[in-house]
Design a protein around this ligand. Structure first.
Ligand SMILES: Nc1nc2c(ncn2[C@@H]2O[C@H](COP(=O)(O)OP(=O)(O)OP(=O)(O)O)[C@@H](O)[C@H]2O)c(=O)[nH]1
Length: 321
């Protein structure tokens, strides 16, 4: 461990979540402020729907919120606060269905997690953060540097492994990712390691090549352990906005993704895309990232997230007042 500052964020998770979502909730508020101009009519409903879509919540979520407004409040003057409450309730409903932390359930061990995503999505950092989360729960962890195309990716994972005091299995650049994954699984099995997290390449420019490689990794893992990988997690960068949605479609196809992690929610006004992504994909949402430190990635409480996104106090904050 070289730098404890990497590990411990200085403020609590709820504050970090609110600060992280600040730009997103400011944008939403800005977009919705026009509601107070006049009573709710058809044009106003359309404007609200557009504003919700412009806030990245997605057409389906936007449609449900406006339909509810139309049914319950047509002709009324609705305050911005009331509208935010309605947004928070719908966002909470969507995220309640999706939220599910990664659990170490495999028996025998190791619980094997394949991590996929485009280069630059924050995959490597996310793997380190997940390892840290598991360590906090007293599980021991092994990492496999399966992005064998980029020396920098292998080195970066190795640096995190050293910091976390976690073994990193790697091979030479250009080496076979599937045999690396097989070796790592064998080693983790022999050592009784609880969790094996496997990094993968993210070269979307060669979709067929990537699909073949990920399919081969899975096939080879299954030869060693039928149930592996137990999770195939797609890492998404929230700052890419709607692009994240097309990445989900692609990686569902090439990798059989089972769940999502969304990073960099602190660096963007486009955090609403988390809601659209969950609603549209039906995938599990394991954790969100709101900063660069190891403690900045967590499973999350849908209600607190929804209220912070809508710019409303969370239950905890209301109680503290
Ligand atoms: N602000 C912020 N930065 C993050 C978050 N997650 C990752 N990052 C940063 O994003 C940058 C890219 O992350 P990496 O993990 O290095 O991703 P990469 O190596 O570019 O891409 P991969 O090939 O996917 O590993 C790093 O500087 C991370 O610290 C987050 O939740 N918030």
């Amino acid at each position: 461990m070289t730098d404890t500052d990497d590990f411990t964020p200085k403020v609590g998770w709820l504050k970090r979540l609110r600060a992280g979502l600040g730009a997103t909730s400011d944008k939403l508020s800005g977009n919705l402020a026009m509601i107070e101009r006049r009573p709710l009519d058809d044009d106003m409903l359309e404007e609200i729907e557009d504003a919700l879509i412009a806030s990245d919540l997605g057409p389906a979520v936007a449609g449900r919120i406006t339909a509810k407004l139309a049914a319950d409040r047509f002709g009324d003057r609705v305050s911005e606060g009331e509208l935010r409450e309605l947004v928070a309730a719908e966002v909470e409903r969507v995220l309640m269905r999706a939220e599910e932390p990664l659990e170490v359930t495999a028996f025998p061990r190791p619980h094997t997690i394949l991590v996929v995503g485009v280069n630059g999505s924050g995959k490597t950092t996310t793997i380190a953060k997940l390892a840290h989360l598991f360590q906090e729960q007293d599980y021991n962890v092994m990492l496999a540097a399966g992005d064998t195309f980029r020396a920098a990716a292998v080195e970066q994972l190795q640096v995190w492994g050293d910091r976390l005091n976690v073994p990193v299995i790697s091979t030479n650049v250009g080496g076979d990712a599937a045999s690396l994954a097989f070796d790592a699984l064998t080693k983790a099995w022999e050592l009784g390691t609880d969790v094996l997290i496997i990094d993968t390449a993210g070269r979307l420019q060669n979709k067929q090549g990537l699909m073949d490689e990920l399919a081969k990794i899975k096939r080879v893992l299954k030869r060693r352990m039928e149930a592996a990988p137990h999770d195939t997690v797609l890492v998404l960068d929230a700052t890419t906005g709607q692009n994240a949605l097309s990445q989900i479609d692609t990686f569902k196809e090439v990798a059989g993704v089972t769940g999502l992690v969304m990073t960099k929610l602190d660096g963007t006004a486009r955090g609403g895309v988390l809601v659209a992504a969950s609603d549209r994909s039906g995938l599990k949402l394991h954790a969100i990232g709101v900063g660069e430190k190891l403690g900045d990635l967590r499973p999350f409480d849908p209600r607190s997230f929804a209220r912070a996104l809508a710019g409303l106090p969370t239950d905890e904050e209301s109680k503290a007042e």
